[in-house]
Design a protein around this ligand. Structure first.
Ligand SMILES: Nc1ncnc2c1ncn2[C@@H]1O[C@H](COP(=O)(O)OP(=O)(O)OP(=O)(O)O)[C@@H](O)[C@H]1O
Length: 250
């Protein structure tokens, strides 16, 4: 491993305009960003600021109109849909506000599916699933269908699904946005726990309280970063750093 590992995520000059029914929405207007290995970064800002669009760009769910994204130092400019899907499976776990679980698959199958798609032998996928579900307090729910679970439980299943392939980066888009206060506390506690073990996380939220769980908070307004601050008062590491943090897999 080199002395200065590439950031897990780097973006330069990202621009995205949505063309819907009405006037074009300039959701992301030129964003430069680096997330170092082991960082927990929150992107916060008011509704409509462009936070979700930014997250979708960073996870390859939407293509930017301009700008580039690097994952672990590798430029994604040439990636098409299929390549993004493959790279996402390896490198990026995503949790969404409304969980996005496959409703006609059991909890166990929802969690194992990305591992199987990534080529893990079934036995190993099963053991990864068992470990994560136990960790997330979901042992005994394997055969349940998502619709039989509470919102908090569904989000924990979604978290297990996002982490089953040990992605270097976890993206979370308002993960507590549809949960009650207990579910919110639980999700935030889990994100903090995974972060303490070395998981790199980028969380998007309009809720400043949730953002305070991160160690760096980026304020987003009108498609732009207007502030970028480490919560311990130091300058955020925009260039690598945070080395020596344990990887989840090891
Ligand atoms: N698919 C789309 N088509 C057209 N306009 C869109 C689309 N997605 C987002 N927008 C517009 O882009 C702007 C930014 O939206 P975005 O959802 O990224 O903001 P946000 O900060 O995540 O807001 P919220 O916190 O309410 O989810 C808004 O004006 C929104 O209406």
């Amino acid at each position: 491993m080199s002395e200065h590992p590439a950031p897990v995520l780097r973006a330069e000059g990202l621009v995205k305009t949505h063309h819907g029914e009405g006037a074009p929405a300039h959701a992301v207007r030129g964003v430069d960003l680096e997330v170092a290995r082991g960082e927990f970064v929150a992107v916060t800002g008011p509704s409509g600021a462009g936070k979700s669009t930014l997250l979708h760009l960073l996870g390859g769910l939407q293509r930017p109109d301009a700008g580039s994204i690097w994952l672990d130092g590798e430029c994604t400019d040439s990636y098409g849909e299929a390549r993004w899907a493959v790279e996402r499976r390896k490198r990026i776990g995503i949790v969404f506000q409304f969980f996005n679980l496959v409703s006609n698959l059991s909890v166990a199958d929802n969690v194992e599916l990305p591992a199987l798609l990534a080529g893990l032998p079934p036995r190993q996928a099963r053991s990864e699933r068992e470990e994560l579900l136990a960790e997330l307090g979901l042992t005994g729910k394997e055969r349940s269908m998502p619709g039989e679970l509470s919102g908090g439980e569904q989000q924990r299943v979604a978290l297990a699904r996002a982490l089953v392939n040990h992605p270097p980066l976890l993206l979370a888009d308002e993960p507590a946005g549809s949960l009650d206060s207990r579910g919110t506390r639980e999700v935030m506690r889990l994100l903090s726990r995974f972060h303490q073990r070395g998981q790199t996380i980028l969380l998007v939220t309009h809720d400043a309280r949730l953002a305070s769980a991160a160690d760096r908070v980026i304020s987003f307004f009108d498609g732009r970063i207007v502030d970028d601050a480490a919560l311990d008062g130091s300058t955020p590491s925009r260039r690598g750093g945070a080395s020596g943090v344990l990887e989840l897999r090891d």
